[in-house]
Design a protein around this ligand. Structure first.
Ligand code: FES
Length: 102
């Protein structure tokens, strides 16, 4: 499986992704700039991403915790999500996300 990540310069990268991994972990482990300060505990909002509109409906809905944490992020949009709250599964092969401003 792969995900596609657009970085802060607008360049798209295809990253190998394993089932069960958090999208945040995939981005971080491939060395792209995502702070993810709380390590995936839904407690910092520094793993903020924008999900390509074509993919938004294929994700599980936001939890109350994720929604509350996103309220503290900058430049939140309709397609904002916390990447630590998205677990890779086969249906998400090809998922396209964009890194939010740091
Ligand atoms: S890594 Fe902290 S909320 Fe996602």
């Amino acid at each position: 499986m792969r995900i596609r990540v657009t970085d802060h310069e607008g360049i798209e990268h295809a990253l190998e992704a394993l089932e069960g991994w958090r999208v945040m972990e995939i981005i971080r482990d491939w060395g792209y700039p995502i702070r993810a300060e709380c390590g995936g505990a839904c407690a910092c909002a520094t793993c903020h991403i924008y999900v390509d509109p074509d993919w938004v409906d294929r994700l599980l809905p936001l939890s109350d915790e994720e929604e509350a944490m996103l309220d503290q992020a900058f430049d939140v949009r309709e397609n904002s999500r916390l990447s630590c709250q998205i677990l890779m599964r086969p249906e998400l092969d090809g998922l396209h996300v964009t890194l939010a401003p740091a």
